[in-house]
Design a protein around this ligand. Structure first.
Ligand code: SAH
Length: 205
């Protein structure tokens, strides 16, 4: 998997090493286990997916995580991306809006020893102001707009990585907060994510 990510253009060795340390098969349903290290996304229940490894690597690379950075992830899902951030030495805060998924992943992360990752059941549209400001905010669902709360919760020099667009395709955007209060906006190609939705979903366990 790591070799194929390299071939696809992922250059950040720290990101690749972090991904190499995480057993991705544990994050998938048993039925998909044997394909866990191919570069494909998988369903994780409650109509959600674990992003494909290339997307995880690409977003993480854009976030430019340094050890001790405070990072907020919107969309915990399976917890895989949160573990990658944690392996990079970040202080990780991750929020999920689907209750059964939040419960399941929270327990799972404890079980596999990632107790340091802090997870929250909440709608990420408002960010998570009480632990901010953040050095990085990573949105792992496709949004139609850029929530102002997320920009507001960036520290100076902090990066927001967010896919923005319609239902079928989103552009990967990165906003960097500058010292003068302005934001540098950069664009990085097309991706496909599950939708960024509002409110809490009680779902079905
Ligand atoms: N980062 C995840 C990818 C999960 S898919 C992983 O590594 O597995 C995106 C997730 O974002 C879904 O679980 C979805 O429920 C969640 N999501 C969508 N909109 C959200 C919102 N407004 N707040 C919090 N989570 C949200």
């Amino acid at each position: 998997m790591i070799a194929s990510l390299r071939k696809e253009g992922i250059r950040d060795e720290k990101v690749l090493e972090a991904m190499e340390r995480i057993p991705r098969h544990l994050f998938l349903d048993k039925a998909f286990e044997e394909w866990a290290y191919r570069d494909i996304p998988f369903p994780i229940g409650n109509e959600q997916t674990i992003s494909q490894p290339f997307t995880v690597a690409f977003q993480t690379q854009l976030l430019q995580v340094k050890s001790k950075d405070r990072i907020l992830e919107i969309g915990t899902g399976s917890g895989y991306q949160a573990c990658v951030l944690y392996e990079l030495g970040a202080k990780v805060y991750s929020v999920e809006r689907v209750e059964p998924l939040f419960e399941r992943t929270h327990k799972f992360l404890q079980k596999i020893g990632y107790n340091g990752i802090r997870t929250f059941l909440t709608d990420g549209s408002d960010g998570l102001a009480r632990y901010g400001p953040y050095d990085g905010i990573l949105v792992t669902a496709g949004s139609t707009d850029v929530p102002q709360a997320l920009l507001d919760q960036l520290a100076v020099g902090g990066r927001l990585v967010i896919p923005v667009g319609g239902d079928n395709v989103q552009k990967m955007l990165r906003f960097t907060r500058e010292a003068n209060g302005q934001f540098l906006r950069e664009e990085f190609g097309d991706f496909r994510f599950v939708p960024f939705l509002k409110g809490i979903d009680k779902g079905e366990s």
